[in-house]
Write a protein that binds this ligand. Sequence first.
Ligand SMILES: Nc1ncnc2c1ncn2[C@@H]1O[C@H](COP(=O)(O)OP(=O)(O)O)[C@@H](O)[C@H]1O
Ligand SMILES: [Mg+2]
Length: 533
Amino acid sequence: MTRNVVIGFLGTQLDGGLSPARWEKWRPTVSLVQHDDMVVDRVELIHSSQHTALAELLARDMASVSPETEVRLHVMDVANPWDFGEVYAALYDWARAYAFDTGGERYWAHITTGTHVGQICMFLMVESRFIPGVLLQTSPPRRQRQGDPGSYTLIDLDLSRYDALAQRFNQAHTEAQDFLKSGIATRNASFNALIDEIERVAVRSRAPILLTGPTGAGKSHLARRMFELKQSRHQVSGAFVEVNCATLRGDGAASTLFGHRKGAFTGAVADRPGLLRNADGGVLFLDEIGELGLDEQAMLLKAVEDKRFRPMGGDKEVSSDFQLIAGTHRDLRQDVQAGRFREDLFARINLWSYTLPGLARRPEDIEPTLDYLLALAVAEGGRSVRFHAEARQRYLQFAKSTQAPWSGNFRDLTASVTRLVTLAEGGRISLALVEAEIQRLQWFWAREPVAQDEQAVDLDALLPDPLRAGLDLFDRLQLEAVVRLCRQSSSLSDAGRRLFDQSRTQRTVVNDADRLRKYLLKHGLSWDRVTGR
Ligand SMILES: Nc1ncnc2c1ncn2[C@@H]1O[C@H](COP(=O)(O)OP(=O)(O)O)[C@@H](O)[C@H]1O
Ligand SMILES: [Mg+2]
């Protein structure tokens, strides 16, 4: 027979009373053993040493109404029973040390007694299965009558109706991620993992966050969305204040950020609070933080660490409590090495650092992003515009190929969609229009100063699935270099000649192109795939 065991805190108020009159009132812990339809074999009663006398009295009272119930007393002393951390730690230690026998016993965690903090901790123990059981809630009888034990409810958190509650939390989580992605159904696994973590950090942390990535990758957009997400969760009281540090120059920079007192310099005709003050209680987004001067960097570090700083020309410090989000397209690590960026500030903002990948690095997201931008352009323009089927296919084929670097990322794609929508005749984007747009984009990108040999080779996007995982770093590095050289070469033969220019002189039969073709094939690649030609 499975035995029923109740675990609970002694209720110093509800279970209290030493005089005979105590039998006239409802006492939750005693009521546990007074129900005819519920057999309690054992009660584990947790109490502080201060209440030992009361606990012993309760044990005797329970023995008198239910002799078959064993009552065990456990002393648990915490300095402050209202301190969540202390109570949780004490109960956790207790549960870890307790010899649960889930084969022979059933555990009911009584949550009607104890401080609220104790009750919450009891709930958490059950929810996390450190106490492997269900919750037990007791309530007084409607009308107090001696000997009436009132009622009780068992709450099994594993039951599906509580699952539904958990699902609601999960749904909120998914909605927050969708919100950060503007509802674009992105498919790139690493990008989605990135957003998932950013969502958790955004709602849980007030520490500085660093967003890096190429221009147009969405750093500014994401920073504002993070703020809006915090706002929807009541986590900020202040404003979202944004400034691009590249626009701050000279004396004006410090004054714009930290404010100034009237008369601090010629032209300072009135006090100015500065952006840091404006962001009090909110979020300060410093875009292109790499452009900030070294002096301003030092002041910013102090402001972030102490939440205090001195305005220009002021003799008193002012305070501002803001969360810093910094954006940059630069490699700050390199800037630190070159002495252009303070190492201590970098260390401070590098705790949560995220690199947003450019569009070309997540080709599978181009289609959903295209649909999103198309819907947006249509909503703004007020007329319905759609692709012809083959026009859409052609556009996507180009957009996802290595021919399209999307160096301006979101901006480039937005501009491209705007052109297509504006030029579409009769609400249809035709193949001819797409071809013209592709030429325009190619012309545009050909003028970009990005050197081919600096362009990143994204092997993950290139390699077929099964081969991607099994590749050693050694092969990966070699393959990257080969792919880069292919892209710089005019033809397969040209690339072959350059790659094998030593060994070819020592052989009688020369077919460098074939050798290169076989090498690529070994990695599941072809010349066309590598070069996008
Ligand atoms: N996830 C996104 N959803 C919708 N629009 C976006 C998204 N990311 C960027 N954008 C838009 O693309 C443009 C460039 O983004 P932005 O955040 O300014 O890039 P960055 O700051 O990295 O240069 C902006 O007009 C922005 O609103
Ligand atoms: Mg920006």
